[in-house]
Design a protein around this ligand. Structure first.
Ligand SMILES: Cc1ncc(COP(=O)(O)O)c(C=O)c1O
Length: 427
């Protein structure tokens, strides 16, 4: 078959629909809240309402039960949950936090909001998560914590990371935004760190439009995160120890509260988590089976004793074996009607924020910082694996969500195999 790039008929002409994970249950839940008129249950002062409304509390209880964790604190995004986590761990000016560069920007801006310094450590070649073997060489007397990311929907090497953290007295946040429901050694990802964070934004495996959840087994950390979520500074004068432990002198908070509508929708989505994840797995497995013998593409590796929920299905492209570069391969695929793209994600330290070293006025906190006089390295070449994957190798397929089905997966497989069969034409 002639490539569409060279005038042939494309494998697919209809566009892929957007991800829709909600149904009647979410509609009814949202309407019930709307009819009640109580769209948020929060009050930012010492009372039962400080911890949110009926649906927020119900969601948090259900989340804790499902994920087998003591405390779940909902909020308006995973970005907010990350900020709550960093704040609860009392990370501040002069502290360094180890983080992979291959993640969404909010993983490391959460560190900067507390004026601490992100220290980027490279990722694994085959599973794209923070490389535990490279963490210790980055630890300094300033290191306070590690943020590990369960990227694309599979667990990072959390067991090893927790071991290193224990040895060096560091705290660990698991940014599990992309991986609700993935497991490692029988436990849900996000629950093995000091704090885990999940996203409920519209692209995720389950969603409520915008939303986030932080989880922990530590009561004090849970309370601190609840405070940061809801105007901590207005609570710290309270005599009521339910809200403010005596040990806490002061704290700044935000309004990161989740509304009752989002919470009611998230409750329904949580009930569908296993079904929605299984759907993604079915479509992904189909595609992997079709592509398993193609040596120019490496199918994502799944960590031992772990499960992958395939928020994204990311392949490695071998330009030497293909005899063409990734851009040419993607161009041919896109012309076949398959909107797969190359290069997830640009290593964060190559973004202007880090290259120019200016988060706040006069370069603070990177420079002009009495708490931090070191010169942090964000030079190109810092994390060669993340750079190579971004520049040459990663190919991203996201088309495994509801309402897509096996016919759509068939088109993707058909498009990829057609381009591979015609590589000679592209060389
Ligand atoms: C790894 C990671 N961390 C954090 C976030 C931020 O999530 P939210 O959009 O809920 O703030 C995302 C969202 O894409 C993410 O993928």
């Amino acid at each position: 078959m002639k490539l569409a790039l060279h005038g042939g008929t494309p494998i697919r002409t209809k566009p892929f629909p957007l991800s829709i994970t909600t149904g009647n249950e979410e509609v009814e839940a949202g309407i019930k809240v709307l009819k009640s008129g109580l769209l948020s249950g929060f009050v930012g002062s010492p009372s039962d309402e400080f911890f949110g409304g009926k649906y927020v509390k119900e969601l948090e209880t259900a989340w804790s039960k499902k994920f087998n964790i003591k405390h779940s604190i909902s909020c308006n995004s995973a970005t907010s949950a990350l900020i709550m986590a960093v704040g609860a761990l009392e990370i501040g000016p002069g502290d360094e936090v180890i983080v992979p560069p291959y993640t969404m920007s909010a993983t490391s801006t959460a560190i900067l909001f507390y004026n601490a310094i992100p220290i980027f450590v490279d990722i694994e070649d085959d599973m794209f998560c923070l490389d535990a073997a490279k963490i210790e060489e980055a630890i300094t007397p300033n290191t306070k914590a590690i943020i590990t990311v369960d990227i694309h929907g599979q667990s990072s090497n959390i067991k090893e990371i927790m071991k290193i953290a224990k040895k060096h007295n560091l705290k660990v946040i698991s940014d599990s935004s992309q991986a609700p429901g993935a497991k490692i050694d029988g436990a849900f990802v996000g629950t093995l760190a000091d704090i885990g964070v999940f996203s409920l934004n519209r692209h995720k495996n389950i969603q409520c439009g915008e939303g986030g959840i932080a989880v922990t087994n530590d009561k004090e950390l849970a309370l601190r995160m609840s405070l940061i979520r809801n105007h901590a500074e207005a609570l710290v004068g309270s005599e009521d120890e339910r809200f403010v432990p005596k040990s806490l002198v002061n704290m700044l908070g935000f309004n990161f509260r989740m509304t009752e509508i989002e919470a009611s929708i998230a409750i329904e989505q949580l009930k569908k988590l296993d079904i929605l994840n299984a759907h993604r797995l079915k479509l992904t497995n189909y595609l992997h089976d079709k592509l398993k013998d193609q040596d120019i593409l490496t199918i994502p590796k799944v960590r031992e004793n772990a499960t992958h929920i395939y928020y994204m299905d990311v392949y490695r492209f071998d330009e030497k074996k293909a005899g063409i570069n990734r851009a040419k391969f993607i161009e041919a695929l896109n012309k076949e009607g398959i909107p797969i793209w190359g290069g997830y994600l640009k290593p964060l330290y190559l973004e202007p924020l880090y290259q120019q070293k200016i988060a706040y006025k006069d370069g603070y906190p990177f420079v002009n910082n009495a708490h931090y006089t070191k010169k942090v390295n964000y030079n190109k070449g810092l994390c060669p694996v993340a750079e190579r994957l971004y520049e040459k190798e990663t190919i991203v397929n996201i088309f495994n969500y509801q309402p897509l089905n096996l016919d759509d997966a068939k088109d993707i497989a058909g498009g990829i195999l057609k381009v591979i069969e015609n590589l000679n034409e592209l060389r």
